[in-house]
Design a protein around this ligand. Structure first.
Ligand SMILES: [Fe+2]
Length: 240
């Protein structure tokens, strides 16, 4: 049996990520999966990326937010998001990301796969078809059936929706760990999942644990970033 820690949508929230590591001891896992969106919306992109950059057994992909950040750093125009308070967070991150972490993000793919105990696992930010598709748990079941039939994986691990869930459709397991650092559901605690894989069984467990939100909001204040984000972290809800 192999034990995987599944993380995603950290969005530079290092205090939340650290709370997870203090709770579960990452060295006890056979692998750590990150479904992307390392950066933007909190002020700890370097602490977050530094940690992954220094690990051996992580499987990391980029999210749409990371891709936009890389585009800014490549001198391209930021088309989306349009809201000024969101754009500020992207530009702040581009100004503060270290060169080492920029290069690390640049080296990552936007999807990958691994085989564990003969089980083929796909890792996506959105879906197998589209890194920006948001596969909410309540999208019509036919979409899940289509993905189960068309992709060569027995397990799909995804991020992007920021909603933790686990579904089995057409014999295929769909797992979203929820968001480590930017919650949408009114619960400000951090979210992650643990998957246990054996040749006979897949077991998925989700966790929500508290973290020091004040560390995030104090840093936003210190850097003069939009106050809407302070409230967002306090109540665990997307406000823009
Ligand atoms: Fe995200």
């Amino acid at each position: 049996m192999e034990k995987l820690l599944v993380l995603g949508d950290i969005h530079a929230n290092w205090p939340a990520l650290k709370a997870i590591f203090d709770y579960i001891r990452p060295e006890r896992f056979d692998g750590i999966i990150n479904t992307g969106d390392f950066t933007v919306y909190s002020t700890f992109p370097n602490e977050t990326v530094d940690w992954f950059r220094k690990q051996q057994k992580t499987l990391c992909i980029l999210g749409n937010t990371d891709l936009r950040l890389l585009n800014i750093l490549a001198g391209k125009k930021l088309k989306k998001p349009r809201k000024e308070e969101k754009r500020v967070m992207y530009f702040w991150t581009a100004d503060h990301l270290s060169n080492k972490n920029h290069l690390f993000l640049k080296s990552l793919p936007n999807k990958m796969e691994c085989v564990i105990k003969n089980i083929r696992i796909g890792i996506f930010h959105g879906t197998f078809d589209d890194p920006e598709e948001t596969l909410y748990p309540d999208v019509p079941i036919n979409r899940f059936r289509e993905l189960a039939a068309n992709a060569p994986y027995q397990v799909h691990i995804m991020g992007h929706s920021h909603i933790p869930y686990y579904k089995k459709v057409g014999g295929v397991h769909f797992v979203n760990p929820g968001s480590v650092g930017r919650m949408y559901d009114g619960d400000p605690r951090t979210s992650f999942a643990i998957i246990k894989v054996s040749s006979k069984r897949i077991a998925v467990e989700h966790f929500r644990i508290p973290y020091p939100v004040r560390k995030v909001t104090a840093s936003l204040e210190k850097h003069g970033l939009p106050t809407i984000y302070k409230r967002m972290y306090e109540i665990g809800k997307k406000l823009n």
